[in-house]
Structures are given as C-alpha cells and as structure tokens.
Write a protein that binds this ligand. Structure first.
Ligand SMILES: [Zn+2]
Ligand SMILES: [Zn+2]
Length: 297
C-alpha cells in the first residue's frame, strides 16, 4: 500500500498546504480517501491519482477543512466518466451534506446543464454518492480492506460527531486521528499500527496564546501529548499532520492569522519545537507531513 498526503494544513488558506486529505492506494490501484479538504482534488492530480479510481471517501467530521473539496471531487469524477457511485462514510449529517450538493442542491444549475449531455446522463451515479453514516466499530469492509472507527474528542458530539479511523489492508495497519484532543479512543485505534497519521495543529507556544485569547475552545493535540499518544499506542511510525499554518512566512497568510495566533512567532523554525516536544515522549520513527509526501508500506 502507498499513502500520499494530499493536504497537511488546517482551516486557513495556505499557499503551501492544502486542507486535510490522505490518499491510500492499494497495489491493485484502488484508492481510499480520508478527508477531502480544499486543495486535495488538485493534489490528487499532482500525485497522478484519478478521482475515478477512488472507491471510498471517509469524512472524519464536517468541519469545512475536511469536506470543502468533496463537491469538486464528485463532479470531477462525473465529468471523467466514473461509472460507480463513490462510497462516502462519515458522521451523522453526511447524508444531509451530500443531499444538498447536486440534484436540488447548491450545484443544481451545473447538474441540470451537464446532465443534458447524453454521456453524463449515463453516469449520474457518480454524483449520487452511496452515503453510509457510521457508528463506532466496524465502518466498512471489502475483500481488500477493513476500516474501524471510533469517536474522538474535537467538537461537541451533538454538533458533529468526529471520528478517528484504523484501516487494515495488504497485511499493514494504519490509523488517522482526524481532528482531536488527546483521547483514549485514538490510542486504542492506533495500537501497534505501522503508521499513525495524527493531527498536530499548534505548537505549545501557540496553544498558550490561543488559550488567553478568545479564538474558540482548544480541541486539538499538542506535540507533547502527541508524543505520549504515539508511545502509549506503540506505533512503528508517526506522521504529524494538520498543521495550523504556524510555519508559514507568507505575508497575506500572516495578516489573516493575526486574530488566530502569535504572528511574530510564525515561521518554519516552529517545526523544531514541534519535534523537540514530540521527542519528550516518543523515540520511534517520526515524520512531519508536507503536501504530496508519500509513504510506501
Ligand atoms: Zn481540521
Ligand atoms: Zn476540525
């Protein structure tokens, strides 16, 4: 199996990082996509992956930085002659989200115009996703993969359930946290995996700044806690991802970020602190994700 990081950023628009997305590719060429944030469809093409070959999309939660590109992904598949409905797994509300995109939804005009063509009429299933809202436990299985999930702790469950996932395929096991504060469920999902992909949204200094300001409840995992999780779960390799743009020196992004983080501290040197703090507890293999990074297992 190979894994391509399609997006390693978070909720802001970052010239160097697309929003959340991880593409898992089996040796038979089938792709499984975890999250579909803005920019991930473009990075799919950059990674030479055809959206048509994505069998399943798992949306970990319904924050925009995890779902923004789903309409683009689905419409692209339709235009590229996809013949099957994409399977979409996600929390409660995923059906509602998908039901309001195409027929009778936000893209109704596009749907009407494009479906007037004969070829598009013949593959309408490409924009009629096969949605399956999941519960903790086994989320999906086919002849090649098994996907389990559990609730993680990110935003109040009554607003949106948030899932962490564990996937087994071709004799390897990986886990992905989605967005979460440290929680036992994620440690369990990540137990002994070959690779854990875990969010690491802000370094410690940024967490402190945000705690003092009024920029939302903190519900992410600090580098220090991430090291603890990786150690406790006994993961063979840790890939930190979902970076909250703190490493950027881009002037427009910094201007926008003023309300969210200590801009004076922003820059790539923050990654040194991230490594230092993860290393307080975890001494296994460690990678900091960047867009289009590829891992072969
Ligand atoms: Zn996020
Ligand atoms: Zn989120």
């Amino acid at each position: 199996m190979k894994i391509t990081m399609l997006g390693t950023g978070a909720a802001l628009l970052d010239p160097d990082r697309a929003q959340s997305g991880i593409l898992v590719t089996l040796s038979n060429g089938t792709h499984y996509l975890f999250d579909c944030g803005a920019g991930t469809s473009h990075n799919m093409i950059r990674a030479h992956a055809n959206p048509v070959d994505v069998k399943l999309v798992f949306l970990t939660h319904l924050h925009h930085d995890h779902i923004c590109d789903f309409p683009l992904f689905a419409i692209s598949g339709w235009m590229y002659n996809r013949q099957t409905a994409p399977i979409v797994l996600g929390p409660r509300g995923t059906q509602h989200f998908c039901d309001h995109l195409f027929e009778g939804g936000a893209f109704e005009s596009d749907f009407q115009a494009r479906s007037a063509y004969g070829a598009r009429k013949e593959n309408l299933q490409a924009v009629r996703p096969d949605v399956r809202e999941v519960s903790p436990g086994l989320a999906y299985a086919d002849d090649d993969v098994r996907i389990d999930c559990d609730w993680v702790e990110h935003i109040p469950r009554e607003i949106s359930e948030c899932f962490g996932v564990r996937m087994e395929a071709e004799g390897k096991t990986i886990a992905f946290s989605g967005d979460t504060a440290p929680c036992d469920a994620m440690v369990k999902l990540a137990q002994d995996v070959d690779v854990l992909f875990h969010e690491c949204t802000f370094p410690e200094a940024f967490i402190e700044f945000r705690a003092k300001g009024n920029v939302g409840t903190y519900s992410h995992t600090s580098p220090t806690d991430l090291g603890k999780i990786a150690k406790e779960a006994g993961v063979k390799k840790l890939v930190a991802t979902h970076f909250g743009h703190f490493d950027s020196t881009h002037p427009t992004l910094q201007e926008i970020a003023k309300a969210h983080m200590p801009v004076d501290l922003m820059g790539p040197h923050q990654m040194d602190d991230v490594i230092r703090d993860i290393r307080k507890n975890y001494d296994g293999e460690l990678l900091l994700a960047h867009d289009l990074m590829r891992i072969d297992l």
